[in-house]
Each structure stands twice: as structure tokens, then as C-alpha cells.
Design a protein around this ligand. Structure first.
Ligand SMILES: [Zn+2]
Ligand SMILES: [Zn+2]
Length: 281
């Protein structure tokens, strides 16, 4: 990773760790920020919430990356308003990243009474999967006229794409990753910053490509050693930091043993994300 020789101030610069009881919407903050709604893996070890990342660009509309099963609960807990979302980005079609989708729709329909469209970006096959998921939970969430707002699906090929105009001032790069046939990583160019989000992946050339030029890379780190399934291990992060050319790194999708190992032996300039953590970009 670039800049390992930076001074101590950089390590915590921009990082606010606010207790869950604090309502974030009441904290005045002119900067772009990330709120980690969920930093856990598919098993919610240590009680961590499922992967959902809230991004609030300076002067722009918030967007969500992944909607894990606990996404709506975390939005309520940390005081962010789901109805403020203009876009949702899905990294791949595994349940721990999408199973919160029906409840976002339920909130939009019955509580927010949303009228404006919601854009959803994700890999090919996303529309059918999300519609099936929603209709399995509540029949009224299918697009049969019950919804008072349009869901604007944007399916992306699982291939390298640069400069997609996602609206609301967001330019998007897409990099295919190695975890599931639908896995893509995102690089968001927004409000003068570049934010990368890996979703789930094993360590692969695509990951190193994704990291390049990021002010912040949010990277999954699921296990301690080389995993049996396609995930990044903490050992790989420790050994391969120099190959990730991002200015800062935040680790998510953490298992309890990885979180404990990071607490015992932190990596300089690498943030072990926690639920409710706010990171200024
Ligand atoms: Zn996955
Ligand atoms: Zn996952």
C-alpha cells in the first residue's frame, strides 16, 4: 500500500468511532463520509451486522453498497434515512449482500411512501434475483403496479468497464473479481474522491487493479490464512500490502478471529472497520 511511511496523524485522520446510541443524522458534517452499517461476514460472527456500506458524498445524495440482511436495522440504529438513497450498488448475488433488499422496498412502500425512482446497479442476473427475492417475501413488492415508484435496474457485464455515469455526480469503474460468477468490484469517483469497494473476492489481479488510485479501498478480509473458499485472508493482506496502491485501506466482512488478530496486531495505516464507524473521505 502506498504511503506506509506517513506519520502517525494520518492513521486516525478522518476516523470517528461513534457509539451506536448517537444519531448520526444530527452530527453536522460538511465532508464526504462512509458509514459502515455492517462489517460482518455471512455468519454475523461477534454479532457484526451483514455487509452494507453507506456513502454520503459531500454535497451529494447518499448511496448504498450492498444490502445485507441487517441493512434496514442498521440504518435505523445509526440514524440514516433509507428514503434519502438515490442509488444502490450490489457487488454480487450472495444472500449476505442482497437479502436486505425486500425490507428496503417495504420501508419505501409503507413508511417513506417513496414516489421517485430508485436506481440499482449490479451484475447481470441481478434484476431477476432481486425480484424473486422481493416477491418471495411480500407479493406486493413485485413490479405489478403495487409499487408507487420505479425501480431502475442497471445490470453491468462482469467485465472491466470504466467511466459509467451512474447519476448524482458518480462516475463508476467496474472490475470483475474472483469469488462468484457475478462478483464485481466498484471504484466510485465522486465529490473529488475515489472510493473502491471490493465486495467478496479472493486475492487476484483484479483486486490489485481495483485498488489503483483509490483514496480509500474497502476490502473484504474474511479469514486468517489462505481460505478454502474464495475470500481474502489477513495473511494475504499483511504480505501483499505493497501491491495495493490505495492511499488508505479499510477491512470489512470480518470474522471474529480476524477481528481479534487485528486488534492484537494492527497493521499500520489499515483500518479494521466496525459497525457504526464513520470514516471521512
Ligand atoms: Zn459472497
Ligand atoms: Zn459475503
Amino acid at each position: 500500500m502506498q504511503g506506509q511511511g506517513r506519520d502517525q496523524r494520518t492513521r486516525t485522520n478522518g476516523l470517528l468511532n461513534i457509539p451506536a446510541s448517537v444519531k448520526l443524522s444530527h452530527v453536522p458534517d460538511p465532508d464526504s463520509k462512509i458509514i459502515f452499517l455492517g462489517t460482518g461476514n455471512a455468519f454475523n460472527t461477534d454479532g457484526r451486522a451483514s455487509q452494507s456500506i453507506w456513502v454520503e458524498p459531500e454535497g451529494g445524495a447518499p448511496f448504498l453498497v450492498d444490502a445485507g440482511p441487517t441493512a434496514l436495522a442498521s440504518m435505523n440504529r445509526y440514524g440514516v434515512n433509507p428514503d434519502a438513497l438515490e442509488q444502490v450498488f450490489i457487488t454480487h448475488l450472495h444472500g449476505d449482500h442482497i437479502a436486505g433488499w425486500p425490507f428496503l422496498l417495504l420501508h419505501s412502500l409503507f413508511l417513506a411512501r417513496r414516489a421517485r425512482p430508485l436506481k440499482v446497479f449490479g451484475p447481470e442476473g441481478m434484476k431477476q434475483r432481486l425480484e424473486r427475492l422481493a416477491s418471495s417475501c411480500y407479493e406486493e413488492l413485485v413490479s405489478d403496479g403495487s409499487l408507487a415508484f420505479e425501480i431502475d435496474y442497471h445490470e453491468l457485464a462482469v467485465t472491466e468497464i470504466s467511466g459509467v455515469d451512474a447519476g448524482s455526480g458518480i462516475l463508476l469503474d467496474v472490475v470483475p473479481l474472483d469469488h462468484h460468477p457475478t462478483s464485481i468490484g466498484y471504484r466510485f469517483h465522486v465529490a473529488g474522491s475515489t472510493i473502491g469497494v471490493s465486495g467478496d473476492t479472493r486475492w487476484c489481479p483484479g483486486l490489485e487493479k481495483l485498488a489503483k488510485g483509490c483514496d480509500l479501498l474497502i476490502l473484504e478480509c474474511t479469514c486468517l490464512e489462505k481460505p478454502e473458499f474464495a475470500h481474502v485472508s489477513l495473511k494475504e493482506v499483511r504480505d501483499g500490502l505493497d501491491r495495493l496502491e490505495a492511499k488508505r485501506l479499510a477491512l470489512v466482512h470480518l470474522s471474529d478471529d480476524v477481528a481479534r488478530a487485528l486488534a492484537q496486531k494492527p497493521i499500520p495505516d489499515v483500518i479494521a472497520a466496525e459497525d457504526g464507524m464513520i470514516l471521512k473521505v
